[in-house]
Design a protein around this ligand. Sequence first.
Ligand code: AGP
Length: 615
Amino acid sequence: MCGVVGYTGKNQAVKYLLDGLSTLEYRGYDSAGVEVLSPSGNLHGVKCVGRVATLVERCKTANLVGTAGIGHTRWATHGAPTDRNAHPHTDCSGRIAIVHNGIIENFQELRRDLAAAGHELRSDTDSEVIAHLVEDAWNGPAKGDLAAAVRNACDRLEGSWAIAAICADAPGQIVCTRKGSPLVVASTPDGAYAASDVMPLAKVTSHVIQLDDGDIATLRQDGSVAITDRDGIAVEHPSTMDIDWDASAATLGGYSDFMAKEISEQPAAIERLLQGRLGKHGVELDELSMSDEELAAIDRVYVIACGTSYHVGLITKAIIQKWAKIPVFCEYASEFNYSDVLVTEHTLCVIITQSGETADTLTAARRMKGMGCRVFAITNVLGSSAARESDGTMYIQAGPEVCVCSTKAYTAQMVAAVLLALRLALVNGQMDQAEVERHFHDLEQLPGLISEVLKRRWQDKQAARLFRNAHSSLFLGRGVNSTTAYEGALKLKEVSYLHAEAYPAGEMKHGPIALLEPGFPVVAVVPADHVHDKTVSNIQECIARGAVVVAVATDGDEAVAKLCQDVLWVPPVPDEDLFPIVGVVHLQLLARYVARARGCDVDKPRNLAKSVTVE
Ligand code: AGP
């Protein structure tokens, strides 16, 4: 949450800062601000509540001239979204400014100490203390050395942070550091750049430097970047990363919104993910970095994730248990972190995280590593913390997912999980090569099937009318498709703000059935599978109470067509366990159409941020 940018170089800083903040806006969008060092030697800034577009408008009249600056887009944790609480925050003199992503856990105590020492704190944020601590250090032990002042300030902080600092008395310098929150920097002939993730940097370079926790990077106007570790020792060979995707992948490319674009990119993403995966020895999954003997010895799997990725976890659990016959625990990371864990010597931990930066998931992974488990990450973001901290990483290669609501990462992560299940089943003898190949060929049909669903989007548009004026809705499904129901309800809530409850269909009569009344919209996921008739009975129970039912069903299902108000048709999927990967696409489309009909911004739903970097 919160996006941080910094620039110092030959060009006007404000252009990169505003462009960078627009790219990072998915990280938070309740207020934004920039601070630039002017040629007269003073800091000048603009900050305001609202989207980056509002900041861009304000900057047009503010005339922020200068070749070094920092910027921020905020997702409020401490202090309401107000102009006063927007970043950058300055020290008492107004000559030092900082931007921060993360949470300063001991901020109350620091505020008290700083106020007692005569500092004037002007916001309600936890972040502002950093500016005053840097001020103290600058005037004290750091003796006018900005990097030393930032290091000194960090020594007093508890929590997590990615910080960029600028000081009017250290012209041309930006100092950055991180602990627990992501930050990357880049050195180019035009200047040196900093950002919360690689996306803003992809427009200016293909080579970025990843800071490690505790590293302090000093960016200078000549484009150089000098890095020291937490002890002030120069880091000669920082970890670097090549950006191998085109910056245009993160632009709308003719679509009206990123959600529409990303939904339509699913066939291509899955095709990419499957390329070159089938070899002579089953599914190639070298990223596991484990020998076949080690894999065959796995006797328990923990799958840990949050939100949509947790739903992928539920599918992962079902498929690994069914195919590889290994017991799987699927846990919400936020719950897992405070509960008992039952690990064995051969437990594998799988974390699933699109962004690779979700704080709860990372905490869980560290906990599992601490207990001696191997951690395998399924993620989309190259060089993310999840990838860097895990023993093995499988990149889903879905391309940047900008819409806060996850769509293409969801389906690609499910395919990655299926590949993992196939690998485990082959090495532990539950499947032979021929069976693995058969399943793999089923997977290869998914892009075509999803493309067919995309062609039927008019069905979702039509069904959206049933939800437009509703106050609530219910999503039902059985088996792996109870997860499709959970995911469909999450999508709808997230982008349309319409309440949606999701239940395994058979559980409905144990409580949620009380919600039903004439006109109440129910979505039933009812493919032609082994529990089809049971789900049809549940649909009948809904209809008997006046509910209007929209079904997600397999082509040709006359029984369902007769009962339901609308049907979102899915072409036959070769393996019923793979239906969730195709069927969910209708629910993504439905959520988007309902949201648009209700006038919601589908890409940036209220109160949310793409990357949840706080616990
Ligand atoms: C998905 O639509 C949500 N925005 C959210 O649930 C998300 O999946 C969750 O925050 C986890 O994110 P991650 O996959 O990046 O860890």
